[in-house]
Design a protein around this ligand. Structure first.
Ligand code: KIV
Ligand code: NA
Length: 274
């Protein structure tokens, strides 16, 4: 078992802020784990940032299983959380259970679903089986078509009621945490005070128990990012510069240099690395 468990995450509420990041493959998960993240999350944002889709609706269980397996191989310490993709848990409880089991068997320590109140029976069933579950309310991207795109949630009384109802239903059903996405900071604060499980915000302000960001957003892989993201680096720019240098050296006959081919290689060094 990994060091950070769902129980540990619950205990962090009010004591220590929870740091969560997405990762979709082996190298990124390895780096995130070594950086000391608490939760490494195979989000269905995979469809957009890795597969170039317009939204998350086409992500399949097969994709989630493959990527969960890759991430799981890399992570020793953090809790590995896998998203249940659109259509994998809404049809009936049996299908939800079957698909959650597939993600656990691919190496996840817990699963995440969007919504709360509507899925309280599934959450309860999974928790009783021993599968830790995280919920997700506020902006839930799997409702992209009905919402008419991604927008701030929790501006109306009705939306605030819905967010609170979801968070409370999740708490009652035994979920270990809930993501609050793109909602007013005051609404996130209210939810954080009203439930005993940790709230993890994204675009939901500072009054929550933890934060989550998407790998590509915080590292600046793409130029465009959602408005609430902080870019901690310009890795996309760095990658491009590195590849441009490589291209120029190939075109100019600079690479490979003497140190890169056999006749001039340091054989001792080569044998040590092999
Ligand atoms: O899929 C995802 O990356 C998410 C987070 C933004 C919470 O659900
Ligand atoms: Na997601």
């Amino acid at each position: 078992m990994r060091e950070i468990t769902a129980r540990r995450i619950i205990e962090m509420k009010g004591k220590e802020r929870i740091a969560m990041i997405t990762a979709y493959d082996y190298p990124s998960a390895l780096i995130a784990d070594r950086a000391g993240m608490d939760i490494i999350f195979i989000g269905d944002s995979l469809g957009m940032v890795v597969y170039g889709e317009e939204n998350t609706l086409n992500v399949t269980m097969e994709q989630m299983v493959f990527h969960t397996r890759a991430v799981s191989k890399a992570v020793k310490r953090a809790l590995v959380l896998a998203d249940m993709p659109f259509g994998s848990y809404e049809i009936n409880i049996d299908e939800g259970v079957r698909n959650a089991v597939r993600l656990i068997q691919a190496g996840a320590d817990a699963v995440k679903i969007e919504g709360g109140y509507d899925h309280r029976k599934l959450v309860k069933k999974l928790v009783r089986m021993g599968i830790p579950v995280m919920g997700h309310t506020g902006l839930t991207p799997q409702r992209y078509l009905r919402l008419g795109g991604y927008r701030l949630m929790g501006e109306t009384e009705e939306e605030i009621e819905e967010i609170l109802r979801d968070a409370k239903a999740l708490e009652k059903a035994g979920a270990f945490a809930v993501v609050l996405e793109f909602t007013l900071a005051d609404v996130a604060k209210l939810v954080t005070e009203e439930v005993s499980i940790p709230t993890i915000g994204i675009g939901a302000g500072p009054y929550v128990d933890g934060q989550v960001l998407v790998w590509h957003d915080l590292l600046g892989i793409y130029e465009e990012t959602p408005p609430f993201v902080k870019k901690y680096a310009d890795i996309g720019g760095m990658m491009r510069l590195a590849i441009e240098s490589y291209r120029e050296e190939v075109k100019g006959g600079v690479f490979p240099g003497r140190e890169h081919y056999w006749e001039f290689l340091d054989k001792e060094d080569f044998r040590k690395k092999a």
